[in-house]
Write a protein that binds this ligand. Structure first.
Ligand code: SF4
Length: 376
């Protein structure tokens, strides 16, 4: 097909984002049967997935240093271990002087975690599905903002599940971003992306890092004066075995787990007794939190007249369940021996029960842990 560059397009490129021009080009090409060349003017824009960790910070810096406008995109999920402001992503964005877009994900993300198409990693981390999910959202944002490509801090071979060659390919393919994801830290070990082919990015100035060691990146961060990064790859609760065991238990026992259920997994000691879930606060702050987070049908327990945790009982309120919740409360209270009076109720302490303090041997099988089987 012959190629031409009409004057109306040359005039328009001064005012329009590249994505719009590409759409116009397609329509015009179709109508006249001649391929239109769209010249590039102005600064190239890219989006970068920024976690707040070292690798994504370095990846962004490498591209910003090539004179490209980069906007950071940070995802905040119910499983982020970060405090406020997205796991240090805002610190990274500030230190490199780029804008930051924060995208919060909730129920939709929870469904992916519950049923990942590509399975879990070592714990409950569905890394491949998670990357696809985030990249699809980023792609949509790129279309809205006129960004030409997406940057990630992925390093070939760094993570066993999602950062080997085949996984990177699957992720790109499934996200509908074939050739559009640039991984500056490993770019020279990977096939050329569209941005490199089109000369938007100088491939020679990109890196060829691979493997799990972060030595090179730490050295580079000093050299390139990249600061503000945190969470070196450890900002996701789904990769922690203790949390994973609690989430697994939740999914096994609740058909429709909510975000609130997930939030509750972060608080207290968790026990399972058949259909009942029992959560025992570990300190005063957690006791208060449990009271705020309790569902209308939950019972709450407290030992009378001594230092006591607050305990929540979820599930059917059978005599056995009430007795178990009372025993767990007594075990974690300041009382060390003898019979204990425990008050409990749904909205207020309007009931009470007397129980003996159980032994450690009796309570341990109930604890939700990575190694112990749940008691049915
Ligand atoms: S570690 Fe967590 S946030 Fe990172 S890709 Fe895996 S599931 Fe997603």
């Amino acid at each position: 097909m012959p190629r031409l560059q009409p004057s109306f397009l040359r005039a328009k490129v001064l005012r329009q984002p590249f994505a719009t021009l590409k759409r116009q080009k397609k329509a015009y090409t179709k109508s006249i049967g001649v391929e239109i060349m769209v010249p590039r003017v102005g600064k190239t824009k890219a989006l970068a997935l920024v976690s707040g960790g070292l690798d994504s910070a370095l990846a962004v810096k490498l591209i910003v240093d090539q004179g490209i406008d980069v906007e950071a995109v940070n995802f905040v999920s119910p499983f982020c271990l970060c405090g406020k402001d997205g796991c240090g992503a805002s610190e990274v964005a500030k230190s490199i002087n780029i804008p930051l877009k924060t995208i919060s994900v909730g129920e939709e993300y929870l469904r992916i975690v519950r049923n990942p198409r590509f399975g879990y990693g070592k714990n409950m981390n569905p890394c491949i599905d998670c990357r696809i999910f985030m990249l699809k959202k980023t792609k949509k944002y790129a279309e809205e903002t006129g960004a030409s490509f997406i940057i990630t801090g992925e390093v070939l071979g760094q993570r066993p599940m999602s950062q080997h060659g085949r996984a990177l390919n699957v992720i790109e393919q499934e996200a509908g971003l074939k050739g559009m994801i640039l991984r500056p830290l490993s770019a020279r070990l990977l096939p050329m992306t569209e941005a490199e082919k089109r000369g938007l990015v100088n491939r020679q100035a990109l890196l060829a890092i691979e493997g799990r060691s972060r030595k090179k990146q730490i050295g580079l961060a000093e050299e390139m004066k990249v600061t503000g990064y945190s969470c070196p790859g450890g900002g996701c609760l789904l990769t922690y075995k203790e949390f994973a065991s609690k989430l697994k238990d939740l999914f096994e026992h609740k058909k429709k787990a909510s975000l609130k259920d997930v939030q509750l997994l972060r608080v207290g000691r968790h026990f399972r007794s058949g259909k009942n879930k029992i959560i025992v606060g570990r300190n005063e702050a957690e006791n208060k939190l449990l009271m705020r987070m309790k569902m209308p049908n939950d019972y709450f327990f407290e030992v009378q007249d001594c230092g006591s945790p607050t305990t929540l009982l979820q599930g059917p309120k059978t005599r056995k369940a009430v007795k178990t919740a009372a025993e767990l409360t007594a075990y974690h209270s300041d009382r060390k021996q003898g019979a204990v009076s425990i008050r409990f109720g749904k909205e207020e302490f309007d009931k009470s029960i007397r129980t003996q303090i159980p032994s450690q041997k009796e309570i341990e099988p109930l604890r939700i842990t990575p190694t112990k089987k749940q008691v049915a």
